[in-house]
Ligand binder design. Sequence first.
Ligand SMILES: [Zn+2]
Length: 181
Amino acid sequence: MRAKSTSNYLAGYPIALTEQVQRLIEQDLLTNMLLQKYPHAHTVRSDKALYDYVLEVKDLYLRNAGQLSKVAFNGKLHVIQHALGTHTNISRVQGTKLRAKREIRIAELFKEMPLEFLRMIVVHELAHIKEREHNKAFYQLCRHMEPDYHQLEFDLRAYLTYLEATGRSLWSTSAVSPLNA
Ligand SMILES: [Zn+2]
């Protein structure tokens, strides 16, 4: 028996799929598969750019869902299951109105990923505005915003498994970006 990786990003998927990902990592084949499918890193590098991107998606699908008060990358988020991003919803009374303060935080490692993976996590956090739980309605909303949602989540989790095993980022841009200092 092979030792299991420490964080199981693929928990909940069929064993056959999980083992396939492990084999692809061991044979060093996952890298090419992912890079062929997702060749480019996105350019959403700052909190401002992230805010604009999230708003763009939100305006398309959840225009009436209320304002977002804050959107930011967060380096402290531990990337474990269900903590790739967070969404908080604080309600407070202002005068006579009940105002909801909505904040979305995205784990910083999404800065060095293809746009498809960023989009998946953004869609996930936006869907929580409407659905708190990971239930059927939640995933329906995710697929409405991103029809490839489930495939993207699987590919992302395969990548996170690879990243933890090797420590090598596939879409690292820090070496070439002068804005990163
Ligand atoms: Zn969630």
